[in-house]
Design a binder for this molecule. Structure first.
Ligand SMILES: Cc1cc2nc3c(=O)[nH]c(=O)nc-3n(C[C@H](O)[C@H](O)[C@H](O)COP(=O)(O)O)c2cc1C
Length: 211
């Protein structure tokens, strides 16, 4: 099951416990940027939660993807997923160091129907195109509509992939320079394993090889 070589530990993921797969995935795939996702139920209750299983999937069209895991042994959907299934609209914000503490507050497992804007103190502002609110404190805000949903696995550790097409993007002018986003000014944070988070750290440049 676990084959130990002199310097490497080699593991077949399907032969270990789900909790251990979680630990090695979240400990290895680091740093993960944190999407702070705003959604709205069809009853009009806002929801806000962080998701670090998150990346950009394409830029023509501009597609972001995030993955709410199924919890309670894979039987229950997170509120964000419920709202995405209801109306497919969200606003994805890049979480910055200044936003970290409040973003962490939004990650509590509050019951469906609780407004995490009120609980965390983030300020809701209207979006241009979608119904969910934007987070005023976020320097980068992507209004999005569901492009494609892909269910992944079943049981503990399974998830939904929500591919979201960005229909409007908003940038604090301090971070925006002719479509380039100033990393140091944005000051994004990341998720590592467990309770650990990361800061941006040193930035360096490498030229691409000429082939
Ligand atoms: C920084 C951070 C990143 C997280 N990333 C994810 C993730 O990618 N997928 C996930 O299912 N839960 C993730 N969580 C946990 C959810 O945010 C948490 O379960 C939250 O309560 C879900 O809220 P909701 O039910 O209102 O959508 C993360 C939590 C934190 C603090």
């Amino acid at each position: 099951m676990i084959k130990k070589q002199p310097t490497m530990i080699s593991i077949s993921p399907d032969q270990i416990q789900a909790q251990d797969r979680y630990k090695l995935a979240t400990g290895s795939v680091i740093p993960r940027p944190i999407a702070l996702v705003s959604t709205l139920s069809n009853e009009g209750v806002p929801n806000l939660s962080p998701y670090s299983f998150f990346t950009v999937a394409a830029y023509s069209p501009l597609i972001l993807v995030f993955f709410p895991l199924h919890f309670k042994k894979g039987e229950e959907l997170k509120d964000t997923a419920k709202n995405m299934f209801q109306n497919g609209e969200c606003v994805i914000h890049i979480t910055t160091e200044e936003m970290a503490e409040k973003a962490n507050v939004t990650s509590g497992l509050y019951e469906y129907g609780k407004n995490e804007f009120e609980i965390s103190g983030f300020t809701p502002i209207p979006s241009d195109i979608v119904k969910p609110f934007r987070v005023k404190e976020a320097p980068v805000q992507f209004e999005g509509k569901l492009y494609k949903h892909v269910p992944i696995g079943d049981g503990l550790g399974s998830s939904d992939a929500f591919f979201v097409e960005v229909v409007r993007a908003h940038f604090d002018e301090a971070v925006f320079d002719d479509f380039k986003v100033k990393a140091k000014v944005l000051n994004p944070i990341s998720r590592l394993a467990g309770m650990s988070w990361g800061k941006l750290g040193d930035v360096f440049e490498l030229m691409r090889p000429e082939v």
